[in-house]
Design a protein around this ligand. Sequence first.
Ligand code: SF4
Length: 348
Amino acid sequence: MASNTRIVKVGNLFVGGGHRPPVQTMWKEPLRADSLRAVADRARLLSGLGCGILRFSTPDMEQAELLGALAGMVDMPLVADVHFDWRIALRCMDFPIAKIRVNPGNLGEPWKLREVAAKASDKGVPIRIGVNAGSLPLDLQHEPDRAVAIVAAAEREVAALDELGFRAVIVSMKASGVEETVRANRLFAGRHDIPLHIGVTEAGPLVQGCVRSAVAMYALLADGIGDTLRVSLSDEPENEVIAGAEIVALATGTRQGADIVSCPRCGRAGFDTHAFTERWRDRIYSIRKPITVAVMGCIVNGPGEARHADIGITGAGDKVIVFRKGEIARTCAPEDADTVFGEELSRL
Ligand code: SF4
């Protein structure tokens, strides 16, 4: 079921209204003047993996200036995450920043919010309101149902912008618990047409975080809830993007990038499928075509899976076989597997 929320433009992307949910991630270190080129290069890699929106913390003016400089180097929509100082939000909007994350309640006096909303309106910059279960307003912290408290907090923030006639709003309501996150988003979606950024916050390390996020987000997306998403991991942003893209692919039934079929490996394996998959991860997921890549250890299931893939590699005794479009393309020694696979991949 597709979301029927209002459409909010984030840079060159449409969020809401049934558009495919863009995958987001967040930069994990402060920006430095001497790292901007490297950040821009990695942002391009993240974009290639399927990242649609990239968010940065901007706790002070120095970070706002650096983010502004970066915005001129990167095509992907960048988001400034501002918390308390309205002047930082105002400064960020002097640059081509695609969205501001700020909670009206954190800005203090109402005139500060008026200034931020007026400039955002003027520049066509949407505002994301983000409510996390861990930082609820004091008066809602004792509400026995945290999902209800999260929604109440979000509605309070939305009302502040609504009163100013500002409607280019995206809301996120996140908890570290799956059930609370799902219930809060369902509750809010039943009352508002505001696009939702969904995710489980502080979801944990790679495996736990992916499982929690997938369970929560698949349930919401299947109900037509969720217009953009982030998998929040104690791990690198590349894995957040790959996990997010996979959730969107499964929930929508349409894939924009490569699908890897890889065996878990056992004592029969003729070559190290784990290390091979890890080495080729970014290159394969950067193929923005819905192809299937099989990486298999031996002849038990290898040839069958590899034949059905667009490209496949399987161990076979002391050799490795590379298949392309169902046919054996090459046979080589395991130590030549990367070279041969790379050559065949580039022929796809
Ligand atoms: S394909 Fe072969 S190596 Fe891989 S798990 Fe199956 S039996 Fe083991």
